[in-house]
Design a protein around this ligand. Structure first.
Ligand SMILES: [Zn+2]
Length: 85
């Protein structure tokens, strides 16, 4: 049985492993939060050209809060209004 997998960092469908090739460096290690955050802000900004940088960052943090790779990151947890129990 094959279970469809998705990247634990960005949610993109992948065939194997935990992360897609966009989220890892040449050695296969997950990139840093700062690198991924900037990249995702860039994607989000292209999808919503009229949104402000603040809105874009807000949406990006909300999205990263759903990703196993980032949901416990201090920058992501600090952005939440209600703590998870
Ligand atoms: Zn990814």
């Amino acid at each position: 049985m094959t279970i469809a997998q998705s990247c634990e960092s960005c949610g993109m469908p992948i065939e194997t492993g935990r992360y897609c090739s966009y989220c890892t460096d040449e050695s296969g290690a997950l990139q840093s939060f700062e690198v991924r955050f900037e990249r995702m802000v860039g994607w989000q900004a292209r999808r919503h050209p009229s949104a402000s940088r603040q809105e874009i960052e807000r949406q990006t943090l909300d999205y990263m809060a759903t990703m196993p790779a980032w949901r416990d990151h201090p920058r992501v947890t600090a952005s939440r209004t209600s703590p998870e129990s």
